[in-house]
Design a protein around this ligand. Structure first.
Ligand code: MG
Length: 246
């Protein structure tokens, strides 16, 4: 776990701006008929234009600037020639490095019209992210933050992915502490001024269980149900949570 200064957070916000730009562009571009490789190419261009580099590309051999996870894919989907279809949902996870500082965020987008229960999965997962952001204050225990995130899934009866979690972030994409999407109130480490964390709920229409495809990366729901993912990089400051990837 590392403690950042206001100047460090400012640099992280520059990285976060690039990530926000990627999301804005890909949300617009993600339409029926577009391929995942085409979306990734847009992310690569925006990263370059932002004078940033990608923390996803070559991460443990990962071959792309984004993780694009369609339908029952939860996270870590590899951009391919697959084309989006009406009714798909896609998780768009992207990151950037600016002057050595990392940012990381994710959104889930519906392609055209989706049934109400699917739209509800997406909106509840985003709502859970913001419940976690609201708890990202000095002195909050991580168990309280995780509880606030997980409670949203429990209210809707959604599965909560437990094998993959949020994390600290800074000079590295993944730092201590682990930021779980569930928790017991009153337990866990207290957040301190100068910490930066990634909160990233992953909720499933079905159960909690996951498995990894033979490509070694793509995580899917074990029961094949749809999954949604949202993430922001958040700075812990005396003035309250500062979202660095908006
Ligand atoms: Mg992350």
């Amino acid at each position: 776990m590392t403690i950042k200064s206001a100047a460090d957070f400012a640099a992280m916000r520059r990285a976060g701006r690039v990530v926000a730009n990627i999301h804005e562009a890909l949300r617009e571009a993600a339409k029926p008929g577009v391929s995942l490789l085409e979306l990734d190419a847009i992310a690569a261009r925006i990263t370059r234009d932002g004078k940033a580099t990608s923390n996803f590309l070559n991460y443990q051999g990962f071959p792309a600037h984004t993780c694009l996870s369609v339908n029952e894919q939860i996270v870590h989907g590899i951009p391919s020639a697959r084309r989006l279809e009406e009714g798909d949902i896609i998780g768009i996870d992207a990151g950037a490095i600016y002057e050595g500082w990392h940012a990381d965020a994710a959104i889930t987008v519906a392609i055209g019209a989706v049934p109400a229960h699917v739209a509800n999965l997406i909106s509840a997962t985003e709502k859970a992210l913001w419940a976690g952001v609201a708890k990202s204050t000095v002195g909050t225990r991580l168990g309280d933050l995780g509880h606030a995130v997980g409670a949203v899934a429990e209210r809707h009866g959604f599965g909560i992915v437990r094998e993959y979690t949020g994390h600290g972030i800074g000079r590295e994409m993944h730092e201590e502490p682990q930021v779980l999407n569930y928790g017991r109130p009153g337990t866990g480490m207290k957040l301190r001024r100068g910490m930066a964390i990634c909160i990233e709920p992953m909720f499933n229409l079905g159960g909690d269980a996951t498995r990894v495809l033979e490509d070694g990366w793509t995580v899917v729901t074990a029961d094949g149900s749809l999954s949604a993912h949202f993430e922001h990089t958040v700075a812990i400051t005396p003035d309250g949570p500062q979202v660095l990837t908006e």
